[in-house]
Ligand binder design. Structure first.
Ligand code: FES
Ligand SMILES: [Fe+2]
Length: 381
């Protein structure tokens, strides 16, 4: 984020602190509970949000060298993502073109020159070209001359690989990421490395897993002894960078900036900056590291929750390890506090107590999120 924007955001927070207010809208709003419960809606979300749009599938450092690869199934489509011999990213449907066996079983691997189907050993290179077919005399159509893995679109931007599972969709990663591109580029995410990836299954609708991050109203009570002592009660800036959202949650130390030279202000030292990248990614920028969370629906009430910590360099000392472990443990603890409450919401949804859920004027981040989802479901991407 450029310095002028940091200063502007700090001024906005200072004004809220001065007047005892927070960023909010004129009116309350509501979310109908049926949006978390309807199976037909989940099917539409899966296809229109998770398969026809660029999704973050890996950090660039996870496919560092030619031949590095990973499989990704969380969007509902089996993807094989790799780095080709020339170092470019490539992504395919992980399905053999002979009789459709899953080509690669393992979650990830290094420096592969070829992918060999476990059934009859059709062999593909990292570009997806079919390189060898045992007993090809049985195929007068000569598949090795014309067949390749089904390609899907992939782009490498801001240190991440963004893939889109459906072949018949427009892929426009740059246009899609444009509203947050300058800010994402400013963090040098491509120079970071992944530390302690985690994967959890949560018993809640995927949208509840996103909502958890989009307001500061709950900090004081839900995180009373964990992170609330660092933050200010119910003060946040929630701005739409449609379809994405940027939240800024100030820490108590931000009060100390008053009277200090603006040129020295660094927002991330005094606030957590959270980017919600539509439809399923959260990037939590902390003072010296960044948490990346991606969520995927497993079912209407089950969510695959992936989290990684991006740190500036691989730890080389015990002290560094302890520092990063402490940070990761803290975040996992806070996420557990959040997910327990999210699961509690899910359990009550069918009770009939609420036909809709009520959002405060300062919970407008949730409204922005649901509006973006509704808009995407209304359009064929
Ligand atoms: S199904 Fe892959 S080689 Fe036969
Ligand atoms: Fe929380």
């Amino acid at each position: 984020m450029d310095h002028a924007t940091q200063v502007e955001l700090i001024h906005r927070i200072q004004e809220h602190l001065r007047t005892g207010t927070t960023h909010m809208e004129a009116e309350e709003s509501r979310i109908p509970v049926e949006c978390y419960l309807r199976a037909d809606r989940l099917e539409a979300e899966r296809e229109l949000l998770f398969q026809r749009r660029p999704l973050l599938v890996a950090h660039s450092s996870q496919l560092a060298e030619p031949g590095d690869y990973l499989t990704h199934d969380a969007s509902g489509l089996p993807l094989l993502v790799c780095r080709t011999a020339s170092g470019e990213p490539a992504a395919f449907l992980n399905v053999c073109r002979h009789r459709g066996t899953r080509l690669v079983e393992e979650e990830h691997g290094r420096r592969k020159h070829a992918f060999v189907c476990p059934y009859h050993a059709w062999t593909y290179d990292t570009e997806g070209r079919l390189r060898s077919v045992p007993h090809e005399e049985g195929f007068p159509s000569r598949p090795s001359e014309s067949v390749g893995l089904a390609r899907v679109s992939v782009a490498e931007r801001f240190g991440f690989l963004w893939a889109q599972g459906r072949k018949d969709s427009r892929f426009a990663a740059d246009a899609f990421l444009a509203p947050i591109a300058t800010e994402l580029a400013s963090y040098g995410l491509e120079k970071h490395v992944v530390y302690r990836p985690q994967r959890l299954e949560l018993r809640l609708n995927w949208k509840i897993a996103i909502e958890i991050f989009l307001e500061a109203y709950h900090f004081r009570h839900a995180h009373r002894t964990s992170i609330y002592p660092l933050f200010i009660d119910n003060v946040g800036l929630i701005d739409r960078l449609a379809p994405h959202i940027r939240c800024v949650y100030p820490k108590r130390t931000l009060r100390d900036l008053a009277g200090t030279p603006e040129e020295t202000w660094q927002l991330r030292e005094h606030a957590n900056i959270l980017y919600f990248v539509f439809p399923n990614t959260l990037m939590l920028v902390q003072s010296d590291h960044i948490n990346i969370i991606t969520v995927f629906p497993l079912d209407i009430d089950r969510t695959d929750f992936h989290s990684v910590t991006l740190i500036p360099e691989a730890p080389t000392s015990e002290k560094a390890l302890r520092h990063w472990d402490k940070n990761v443990d803290l975040v996992l603890n806070v996420m557990q506090e959040d997910s327990r409450l999210g699961e509690s919401i899910q359990r009550g949804l069918r009770s009939g107590a609420n036909a809709s859920l009520r959002l405060a004027r300062f919970e407008h981040g949730l409204r922005y999120f649901h509006e973006a989802v509704d808009q995407a479901l209304g359009s064929r991407g």
